[in-house]
Design a protein around this ligand. Structure first.
Ligand code: GAP
Length: 457
């Protein structure tokens, strides 16, 4: 974990937000390499789940929605975490997380933390003398709402409370009528959306795993429960999620597992929920959730807004409120998982063995030396040629060996060196990150060579 965090800062993947002011709780910025990796994950997800399917459309709704959205969805009343406070330092913690940490140290005590009510957590804490990480007494757990509030309005006193969205999903539900009225969609169909959500999380020390600002990639897949069996549909979506993570993101199946939520743990809107967990450096944790939200959300919004959110079957004329299966992923958790999976420390180098299509840079181009204009010119030609198609880095500093090591650390799968032979026969060396072997390839053939390697052709 420390190695990954250090690499992220050293090589421009992730920086603490507002670093010069001492940081901001559970907040991180993504540097040049991180921004590229995030963009690649987003694009891959969007292509896989939205563009390549005939039954999906996309959406980009706002972060600030009408406040009634969050009343109808139940988030104002039920989107809570159990909060305890250190009586001396006044630092705040999640009661369930402290109990989980305590159980790890007392394996003889078994309890399903997810099943405890807030009062039972309080009883468990006092019965077992659980203290804060600073060793002080804790307050009784209280419900703490995760929605961030903000104010709308320019005239003092006439402000109204808005909420930063706690999930992107609600923008899909509130646009359901617009989408069916403006698109030739028929059930079953889904709406995919990627965007920022905000949660006032009480958390410490899990790097980008749990942050207050997060990016979600969510799908609401609408269907008629009388003609589509929800369990079969859920299994199909679970398979699609699994395939995406193993095949597209290159994650080993050994580091993945499904976990079904217990009855008490499930969100207020769900009839059945599974988490796709990844084995992060600090243990098995949720990467991606899938829930059967029934027609809870559309019904709630129809009741509060008085809008007609029903769907009319074009063949039978049957009018009803569709149900949904919701696969909901966190882009930042995918990012963390990809780094954790790819990070290797070898004897002489550190390598980020990410899938080539995900790497921040596909190819790096080096002139053998920077002080020979012929080599510089030729290398710049290669850079221009390839940068039209691929993400290409340029490095003309220091010796070639160091340049290779530097690219290995940020996961660049191939490095091209333009040398004196290039000037004679227009071939370059292509060095492979994983095997460190080198081959000579003609400049004319580089485009096809990399397209084949990336599986584009
Ligand atoms: N619409 C359903 C929903 O929001 P969720 O399980 O609360 O469900 C979905 O969130 C995904 O969003 C999670 O599986 C996780 O990957 C990501 N996520 C949730 N809270 C997060 C946080 N505080 N920081 C980073 N990612 C988070």
């Amino acid at each position: 974990m420390e190695d990954i965090v250090a690499l992220c800062k050293r090589r421009g993947f992730v920086y603490p937000t507002s670093d010069i002011y001492g940081g901001l709780t559970s907040s991180y910025d993504y540097g040049p390499a991180g921004a590229e990796l995030l963009r690649n994950i987003r694009n891959l997800w969007w292509n896989y789940f939205v563009k390549r399917r005939t039954d999906m459309v996309g959406l980009d709704s706002q972060i600030l929605l009408h406040p009634n959205t969050w009343v109808a969805s139940g988030h104002v009343s039920a989107f809570n975490d159990p909060l305890v406070e250190d009586k001396k330092t006044h630092k705040r913690y999640r009661a369930d997380h402290l109990i989980e940490a305590w159980i790890k140290q007392h394996p003889d005590k078994t309890v399903v933390v997810e099943d405890l009510t807030i009062d039972q957590m309080g009883e468990f804490i006092s019965a077992n003398g659980i203290q804060s990480p600073e060793g002080n007494e804790l307050t009784k757990p209280q419900k703490f709402n995760l929605l961030f509030e903000t104010k709308l309005g320019v005239v003092e006193g006439e402000k109204s409370t808005l909420y930063m969205r706690g999930e992107t999903a609600q923008g899909i539900f509130t646009n359901f009528k617009n989408i069916i009225d403006s698109n030739r969609v028929t059930l079953p169909f889904g709406v995919g959306q990627i965007g920022k959500s905000f949660r006032n999380e009480i958390t410490t020390g899990q790097f980008i795993f749990r942050t207050i600002e997060l990016e979600q990639a969510e799908i609401e897949y609408f269907f008629d429960p009388e003609t589509t069996d929800w369990k079969t549909l859920m299994d199909e979506w679970k398979q699609a999620m699994w395939d995406f993570v193993t095949k597209e993101l290159g994650i080993s199946a050994e580091h993945l597992r499904w976990r079904q939520h217990t009855d008490k743990e499930r969100s207020h809107y769900s009839k059945d929920t599974y988490d796709l967990d990844y084995e992060f450096p600090f243990g098995w944790k949720e990467l991606w959730g899938i829930a059967y939200r029934t027609n809870y959300d559309l019904t709630q919004h129809a009741n509060l807004s008085k809008a007609d959110l029903s769907y009319t079957d074009p063949k039978t004329g049957k009018k009803f409120i569709p149900h949904v299966i919701e696969p909901a992923a966190g882009i930042n958790r995918m990012f963390f998982m990809i780094l954790a999976e790819a990070y290797r420390k070898e004897e002489k180098r550190t390598v980020l063995a990410v899938k080539p299509a995900l790497a921040p840079t596909n190819v790096a181009v080096f002139p053998l030396v920077a002080n020979k204009p012929e080599l510089m010119d030729k290398a710049k030609q290669v850079f221009s040629l390839l940068s039209k198609q691929f993400s290409v880095a340029w490095d003309a500093r220091g010796n070639i060996g160091k340049r290779y090591l530097s690219q290995d650390e940020v996961g660049t799968p191939w490095c091209i060196t333009v040398d004196y032979t290039t000037l004679e026969d227009t071939t370059v060396t292509v060095r492979d990150r994983d095997t460190t072997t080198q081959v000579r390839v003609s400049i004319d053939e580089l485009s096809v060579y990399f397209q084949k390697k990336l599986g584009i052709i």
